[in-house]
Design a protein around this ligand. Structure first.
Ligand SMILES: [Zn+2]
Length: 196
């Protein structure tokens, strides 16, 4: 396996990391950082495994984007409520929501599955106080800037779930903050399953 030599920007500790990952976790001080497109220390958390399932255990990274969504106009056939509008407090047209964007490459179907699952039915996960170092982290392939763009795309796919229901939508999406969340998963027969 190819490894790269890294120096932690926070504590200056030198360490080695897998060349496949774009984020680096310092085992000395716990700081996580990216080096491209610029050096930046990231906010992150790991969630605890809450259920046992067959397969191999991994931590799957997601960008959790704290966003402000404002719907300017939405035309819905048959008066059905739409997912995004349901999330906005009190059925208002504006509000703050967390959008989860997978930070690894997945098939379009799986990408949508995971984003939907965590955005609309987030599990009551415990933040891990101690990370299980025997469980590998899946390498981050999708950077923060790309995740911002994907969030916009995901909002539309959330709403387009039932064809013909949503006829027209005009909205603004502003990303306030981003955090990398490592979600426990099981890999079994070529698929990932939630471990929370
Ligand atoms: Zn460090």
């Amino acid at each position: 396996m190819k490894v790269v030599h890294i120096k932690c920007p926070k504590c200056q500790n030198p360490f080695y990391s897998k060349a496949t990952d774009t984020v680096f976790l310092c085992e000395h001080c716990g700081a996580m950082h990216v080096r491209e497109p610029e050096l930046k220390i990231l906010d992150y958390e790991f969630w605890d495994f809450a259920q046992a399932y067959q397969g191999e255990r991994y931590y799957m990274p997601f960008w959790r984007l704290y966003t402000t969504v404002t719907i300017h106009h939405m035309q819905v056939a048959g008066g059905a409520l739409v997912k995004l509008a349901n999330l906005l407090a009190g059925g208002g047209s504006s509000g703050n929501i967390f959008i989860y964007v997978p930070a690894i490459e997945l098939s379009p179907e799986e990408f949508k599955y995971w984003s939907n699952l965590l955005t609309f039915t987030p599990p009551r996960a415990n933040v891990a106080l101690k990370v299980d170092k025997t469980v590998p982290r899946l390498p981050v392939k999708i950077g923060e800037a790309e995740a911002f763009k994907l969030a916009d795309f995901l909002v539309l796919t959330y709403e387009a779930e039932k064809p013909g229901v949503l006829q027209d939508i005009r909205y603004d999406l502003r990303v306030n903050t981003a955090k990398l969340i490592y979600v426990p998963v099981f890999y079994y027969q070529n698929r990932y399953y939630p471990g929370v």
